[in-house]
Design a binder for this molecule. Sequence first.
Ligand code: BMA
Length: 315
Amino acid sequence: MIKELFHRDPQNPIISINDIPYMANSVFNAGAIKLDDKIFLLMRVEDRRGISHLTLARSKNGISNWEIDSQPTILPNPETYPEEIWGIEDPRIVFLEEKRLLAITYTAYSEGGPLVSLITTSDFQNFTRYGPVMPPENKDAALFPIRYNGRWAMIHRPVAKMPGTGAHIWIAFSPNLKHWGEHQVLIKARRGSWWDAKKIGISPPPLRTDEGWLILYHGVKSTASGIIYRLGLALLDLKDPRNVIARSDEWVFSPKESYEIFGDVDKVVFPCGWIQKNDDVLLYYGCADSCIGLARANLSELLEWLKEHNSLSGG
Ligand code: BMA
């Protein structure tokens, strides 16, 4: 008997294009945050030109009765921010504890390739745009909610143009959220036939647990019939997130249901947000670049499984 750690909601997909109150092509990869007693999803919506914007949905139970903005919540603004010319995608939301602000890292699709931009807000109505914080090609960025030695920390994923060098997860630090340095590789894509050999990137933001920052990352495998996006786990030291304590050998979640297998991009599960409720984790993930699914896991079980499947342990 295979014991799956993530359980899909029977109502999946919980949000699809028919739920969007205006004409668009697809809705997927959503950032997630719990504020007061509601769950907010900042969803990537691709319009019928192929350009993405972000639209907010909110719900009390986080499963159904989503109240969705009647118009895009954050549109690309290429007049002032030319790097947003081909859209804004894949938001990750983090509550910055000291500033009491939400920080949203997202992909701006520029003429020079995708890059990382940052917006802060306290209410999802007024937004402060920081502009680009990482040059292209870079995406899959998420902040930590606290500072380390006075510096903010961010995970990101630059891509080298040199063939065969892979696309790895990096970490960087900043005194002010705008200027980033001290970059170093954190987790490397594996090689050969591994499930996470082609490229990897962080999926939702790091989740604080007693044992460390839990990282859920996507790994891409290239196959004869195209690419497969799957998810694996890692754990970073709470005191110094540059130290990787554990990394799973196997993936923990993979496309399986038809709405994950078939869509605008087949065989993709791509979460940008998760929410912890006591010992439960609610994972919101884009399915085949077409709709949004929800899966639940037990946090203690995830940590236990990661210990058993830690490819960094000597055993
Ligand atoms: C990645 C990102 C995601 C997308 C995935 C599969 O590079 O662009 O937004 O879901 O590819 O197409």
